[in-house]
Design a protein around this ligand. Structure first.
Ligand SMILES: NC(=O)c1ccc[n+]([C@@H]2O[C@H](COP(=O)([O-])OP(=O)(O)OC[C@H]3O[C@@H](n4cnc5c(N)ncnc54)[C@H](O)[C@@H]3O)[C@@H](O)[C@H]2O)c1
Length: 353
């Protein structure tokens, strides 16, 4: 049984606490929670009958823990991961792993030195239709890839950004690209392969925040395929979709719904037995934008730790996705096409105030 502790008891902690605290993950349980705001920690702690702390170091010293889960503001993940790594307990960190490549590197280094695993939460990779798409790609069913598109058309109004001072700031959050669409950027690169260059434009359309709420990105992949990212939180009055489309000479697949969870098209030039079943089985839509992936994600974490399985999203994978997001921001700032690999010079994401 692996003992998990949470650092940060804000919005996303509910999802983590419910899974770990209600015994929904085999061989995992919640043993402690921490938030610098005592009331937030108390609420989660009393609901799941575990001790609460307002100091993460105290928690690490007082409780027997195997895995610590960092659910704090994005721009603080690195400081928290580097402070926690020396305790020698595995670390799960919410997406995005950090906001700067230097921060991502220090997290990877700190975990390597401590001899622990670093997991970055990318739960959408575990959505059932996404797994089917990935399997079709691995079997070569798309042949030559032509184009990959992701769309995030969600609604976040001023009240959403105003609820916490870190939201929409360059130093702690970034905009729709670094926050909401970071899952979709990760999925696009996972499906289409390494990116050669990006060209991006962004605007802050409907809210008053430092960063962007709307962006478009054109990508060129190393394999010659092209890509499009369309990301906005300025849809009104409510969420429309979170989707990925992969087009290849051998077929086309679109997964939509609100959270890349509903199979819309599954068409291949060469049909295979089971294709109809895939459509029938995986055309479900989730009730929340977080999707169902956190459960499968945690099962994967437990499996990796207990059975020494290869991690799907470790620190290096998380860094790779952050490098792409940073290149996109660099293009927005410079108005130029940005080649990867690159070192950011103008990117505002993660820059101190
Ligand atoms: N995977 C997903 O789909 C998903 C969804 C939502 C949020 N997230 C990510 O989760 C992270 C948190 O988001 P949120 O919406 O829950 O934010 P939030 O502001 O609601 O919660 C963050 C909490 O961390 C606490 N905190 C800060 N420093 C701390 C410290 N040193 N020790 C203990 N607690 C501390 C804050 O007091 C706050 O309660 C962000 O990085 C966000 O991008 C991921």
């Amino acid at each position: 049984m692996l003992r998990f502790a949470l650092v940060g008891c804000g919005r996303i902690s509910r999802r983590h606490a419910e899974l770990l605290g209600n015994g929904e993950i085999a061989r995992a349980k919640l043993v402690a929670v921490c938030d610098i705001i005592g009331d937030k920690a108390r609420q989660v702690a009393s609901r799941f009958g575990v001790p609460m702390f307002t100091d993460m170091h105290q928690m690490m010293r007082d409780v027997e823990i195997d895995v610590v889960v960092i659910l704090t503001e994005s721009g603080r993940h690195a400081a928290h991961a580097c402070a926690l790594a020396p305790y020698g307990k595995h670390i799960v960190v919410e997406k995005p792993m950090a906001l700067t490549l230097d921060d991502a590197d220090s997290m990877i280094r700190a975990c390597d030195i401590a001899g622990i695993k670093l997991f970055v939460v990318k739960q959408n990779r575990f959505n059932v239709p996404v797994v089917q798409l990935r399997m079709a790609l691995e079997r070569g069913r798309f042949g030559k890839l032509v184009m990959g598109t992701v769309r995030v058309r969600w609604s976040r109004d001023q009240a959403y950004y105003d609820q916490d001072p870190w939201r929409g700031t360059w130093s702690l959050d970034g905009g729709v690209l670094a926050n909401q669409a970071s899952h979709h950027v990760d999925l696009l690169e996972w499906m289409m392969g390494d990116v050669e260059s990006v060209f991006a434009m962004a605007t802050t359309a409907l809210v008053d925040i430092e960063s962007e709420d709307t962006a478009v990105v054109a990508l060129r992949f190393r394999n010659g395929a092209l890509g499009v990212i369309e990301a906005t939180t300025a849809v009104r009055p409510r969420d429309l979709e979170g989707s990925i489309t992969v087009l290849g000479e051998g077929g086309s697949v679109e997964i939509g719904g609100f959270a890349v969870n509903q199979l819309k098209h599954w068409q291949f030039v060469t049909q295979q037995p089971g294709d109809e079943e895939v459509v029938a089985k995986y055309s479900v839509n989730p009730p929340s934008v977080y999707g169902f992936g956190h459960q499968a994600y945690y099962e994967h974490v437990v499996d990796c730790i207990l059975n020494r399985r290869t991690q799907l999203v470790d620190g290096l994978q998380g860094r790779k996705s952050l490098e792409l997001i940073s290149a996109i921001y660099e293009s927005i700032e410079t108005g130029r096409e940005v080649q990867l690999r690159f070192s950011p010079r103008h990117c505002k994401l993660g820059a101190p105030k």
